[in-house]
Design a protein around this ligand. Structure first.
Ligand code: BGC
Length: 511
């Protein structure tokens, strides 16, 4: 059976590829489609304690437990964008970007997390970056929270605290007040799943809390309410004069049933509800609240396990109303896909735990191209499937792809043809989705440059530009994919045979 499915997928991708090849000249991206790249503060800025910045949870983790990062590195200097922002903007110009997505480091502008102390040097850094971008007509898309919580707020409970939504609104208001005259695209959170599951129910992201039974669910509730508070603050008090948009970015990988059985189809639905529905449903669905099937499963298991009520909290009716519809757009981070099985590929998990609550198995065929990061493989048509699925489900939503990209080892060098193949396939999915009527307004490639890949350290490189961490200036050098992306942006077409002609000469010059 699996062999059959694999062959089908392979055949499908071949047919899709050849269709695309025949039609590429006729398939243009709209002129107002925003092409950009994305980064995050902790991963590129460095300056971890420069000019009054406060400590955050990644500073604390990497300084006290350096061994948790694969290559024992940290983001203390990273690509040093704190000092190199002009070069970063120059790269955006080299690529011809319409937009650039970056995140604000909360503790750089509010060193202890609260608004009683504003770090003017931090505000100045982001003002300089934004102004430099605007000089060249590059639109800022700003993420308020990309995983670097001020340590003081973690000490007070972080996302486990019911006070979290209040803290987050206070911070968001400072950002809107200081930058909202020029920033028109706001993202409250980057990837709630990675914050809540990987940080609070597992040990793959700071603060590595591993509260496997309830961590994800309480974090999810407080995060959603924090998002809603920031959204309403913007909508009521800033949007009328600033005229921007405010959304949230959720990581959505593609899941499809391993077989056509009812069980596999149901478990695929459960998997989607657990992986991204927990965060999307309360905001984007008509019903509001956590997704029903998964909530029922957790409630049932909780009672069987001796709890007096479900380990998953509920939203009150008032909270449901408050969060439902609290969006101007849905930001999607997409990288990969999986098959889901009700019975096969299941792992042994602690009971109770989030993984035991999911209670299904996932599988990826060995022939799907693998990147340098084990979690990132190229799954056929996965971005198209995600986009059409979400648009069918959330009919009123408009979308931005806020991340999509490919990991390599540094030793693989500047001629990153695998990344180019990945980007071309993803962007063909984007064109297909636009043709199917998906309201998609832009695409941010991850990433502008190599950066600190969290617990993978500097081992995995996702940049269109390579960063030389041995050099004082953290020299940035474009990979071949940078030239290909630039050509796509310029022509608004995906030429499947385009080869940058100045590349050989440029590499021979010693770059
Ligand atoms: C995150 C980025 C990260 C990228 C590649 C996404 O989940 O938002 O911060 O660098 O994946 O690992």
């Amino acid at each position: 059976m699996q062999l059959f499915i694999r062959s089908l997928c392979y055949l499908y991708s071949l047919i899709a590829a050849s269709c695309n090849a025949q039609e590429w000249q006729d398939r243009r991206f709209p002129d107002d489609f925003l092409f950009g790249t994305a980064t995050a503060a902790y991963q590129i800025e460095g300056g971890w304690n420069a000019d009054g910045k406060g400590e955050n949870i990644w500073d604390r983790l990497t300084h006290t437990k350096p061994y948790v990062v694969q290559d024992m590195t940290n983001g203390d200097i990273a690509a040093d964008s704190y000092h190199n922002y002009k070069r970063d903007v120059e790269m955006m110009r080299e690529l011809g970007l319409d937009a650039y997505r970056f995140s604000i480091s909360w503790s750089r502008i509010l060193p202890n997390g609260f608004a009683n102390q504003i770090n003017e040097a931090g505000i100045a850094y982001y003002n300089n970056l934004i102004d430099e971008m605007l000089k060249y007509n590059i639109k800022p898309m700003v993420t308020l929270y990309h995983w670097d919580l001020p340590q003081k707020l973690q000490d007070l409970g972080g996302f486990m605290s019911p006070l979290f939504p209040v803290w987050f609104e206070e911070y968001a208001r400072v950002a809107f007040e200081n930058f909202g005259d020029r920033v028109k695209l706001w993202i409250t959170f980057n990837e709630p799943r990675e914050i809540c599951y990987e940080g609070y129910s597992w040990t793959n992201k700071a603060p590595l809390l591993n509260i496997s039974d309830i961590g994800t669910y309480y974090c999810a509730k407080h995060l959603v309410l924090g998002h809603a508070r920031a959204y309403h603050a913007y909508n009521n008090d800033f949007k009328p004069t600033q005229n921007g948009e405010c959304g949230i970015t959720i990581s959505v990988q593609w899941f499809s049933p391993l077989t056509d059985s009812e069980e596999d189809r149901f478990e695929t639905e459960i998997r989607m509800q657990a992986e991204w529905g927990l965060y999307a449903e309360p905001i984007f669905s008509d019903e509001g609240g956590f997704p029903k099937d998964f909530a029922e499963r957790v409630a049932k298991k909780s009672l069987e396990q001796g709890y007096k009520k479900s380990r998953m909290p509920e939203f009150t009716d008032q909270e449901k109303d408050y969060a439902r519809g609290a969006y101007d757009f849905f930001g999607i981070n997409h990288y990969s896909g999986f098959f889901v099985s009700a019975t096969e590929y299941k792992t042994v998990n602690p009971v109770p735990s989030f993984l035991d609550d999911e209670d299904n198995g996932i599988f990826r065929p060995a022939e799907w191209p693998a990147s340098a990061s084990p979690w990132l493989v190229q799954a056929p048509k996965s971005l198209y499937n995600v986009l059409t699925h979400l648009q069918n489900k959330y009919k009123d939503a408009v979308f931005y792809i806020t991340e999509n990209g490919w990991a390599q080892r540094k030793e693989e060098g500047l001629l990153d043809d695998k990344r180019i193949t990945y980007y071309r396939a993803a962007l063909n999915d984007v064109l297909d989705a636009l043709e199917s009527g998906v309201k998609l307004k832009g695409y941010m490639a991850w990433s502008l440059m190599d950066n600190m890949e969290w617990l993978e350290g500097y081992a995995a490189c996702l940049g269109l530009y390579e960063v030389d961490y041995q050099s004082e200036a953290r020299t940035r050098t474009p990979r071949k994919s940078a030239f290909v992306y630039k050509q796509i942006i310029k022509t608004r077409l995906i030429d499947p045979d385009y080869e940058p002609d100045n590349l050989t000469m440029w590499i021979e010059e010693g770059h």
